[in-house]
Design a protein around this ligand. Structure first.
Ligand SMILES: NC(=O)c1ccc[n+]([C@@H]2O[C@H](COP(=O)([O-])OP(=O)(O)OC[C@H]3O[C@@H](n4cnc5c(N)ncnc54)[C@H](OP(=O)(O)O)[C@@H]3O)[C@@H](O)[C@H]2O)c1
Length: 322
């Protein structure tokens, strides 16, 4: 495993982390068990992955609890998130996450931009209070487009916004239109979620096409860009490196300076993903993938929840009850 600095935090993180949405045992199907998830998490840690991402909303705390149990003796970093609708009172959520995790939170992220009724400034102040309480070491945001990230940075009093967790993969390159450059200039790390395009970039649908229910996972408007030529190119590069398509897709994200956090549902997926740390893509291979995925670069990053909708309504829509 290779390691690198995580901004100015002093944290030495593995070049890829692991996402634990799947550990919430919701939204990801029934083809895996809690035991599989335990194995996946433990396998990642044994392979040297030391950065694990979760959230209070993943299975309403189930993911955080599972992570704590699986890795209780391991020397790792845990990043979790407070839901946008709880951003105005992050202290309450942080205390609950801290209790579920049984340890301080290394990185506490605001899951999405809160509504205008809460406001970014109030939410950032609330996150800073969590550091003062000792539950949290560093603060970050998630799903923050450029303008909102700028407001978040300007709203801090005592802490730095150290990271923005954003969707970034060969199949979603919108942040390359300004946001990535802004993060570099401001010393903000990019944590790349859905780096495997939710499974689409692993090669398993290369010949058959995606299953019918895939719209749930993959923004269907962009599916037209996921052409055979691109998937075949990823596969050819993988063959040259004697690795899997998934490893190439993750190595591409790493080559762009972001920290991918692929989700895994079992030991085999976790093992494969961890190996991507050893794949060094050549410049011409990166250029080929860049050229064939240009369609995914269209547009800029947008808020995932419209800010005019009051937080209480978002909370009831999602029926998360936390
Ligand atoms: N901040 C946010 O708003 C946000 C949003 C989304 C995700 N996230 C975080 O980012 C993490 C990763 O994103 P994601 O889970 O959406 O998408 P992803 O990492 O792109 O895809 C994960 C899925 O791909 C499949 N897979 C994983 N490794 C594989 C391998 N080696 N070979 C074949 N298939 C493989 C598995 O699903 P199947 O086996 O079912 O195909 C797995 O559940 C999450 O766990 C979460 O921590 C954050």
């Amino acid at each position: 495993m290779k390691y690198r600095d995580f901004g100015r935090t002093g944290m030495k993180v593995s070049v890829l982390g692991m996402g634990c949405w799947q550990a919430g045992m919701q939204s990801w199907g029934n083809d895996y068990s809690t035991d599989d998830i335990h194995e996946a998490i433990k396998t990642s840690s044994q392979a040297g992955v030391n950065f694990f991402d979760t959230a209070e909303i993943y299975g309403k705390g189930v993911s955080e609890r599972t992570l704590a149990t699986a890795l209780k003796d391991d020397n790792i970093y845990i990043a979790t998130k407070v839901a946008g609708f709880n951003g105005g009172n992050a202290e309450k959520s942080a205390k609950l996450s801290y209790e579920r995790l049984g340890r301080p939170i290394d990185l506490y992220q605001l899951h999405w931009v809160p509504s205008y009724y809460t406001g970014i400034k109030k939410a950032i102040r609330s996150l800073e209070n969590c550091v003062r309480s000792g539950w949290v070491r560093h603060i970050g945001v998630s799903n923050f487009p450029l303008a909102e990230l700028q407001i978040a940075i300007e709203s801090t009093e005592k802490e730095d916004v150290v990271s923005d967790q954003l969707e970034f993969s060969i199949a979603d390159r919108r942040l390359e239109n300004g946001l990535m450059e802004f993060t570099r200039k401001n010393g903000v790390e990019i944590i790349a979620y859905s780096p495997l395009g939710r499974g689409m970039l692993t090669g398993k649908y290369r010949q058959t096409g995606p299953p019918k229910d895939f719209a749930r996972r993959f923004y269907s408007g962009k599916r037209k860009y996921l052409q055979t030529e691109l998937l075949d190119a990823i596969h050819t590069i993988a063959e040259k490196h004697s690795c899997s398509d998934a490893e190439v897709s993750l190595a591409w994200v790493i080559s762009k300076g972001a920290l991918p956090i692929p989700g895994a549902k079992n030991r085999t997926q976790a093992e494969g993903n961890a190996r991507s740390s050893e794949v060094s893509l050549k410049k011409e291979e990166i250029d080929t993938i860049d050229r064939l995925s240009l369609g995914f670069k269209e547009g800029t990053y947008r808020n995932i929840v419209p800010r005019v909708v009051p937080d209480v309504l978002v909370k009831s829509f999602t029926s998360l009850g936390i």
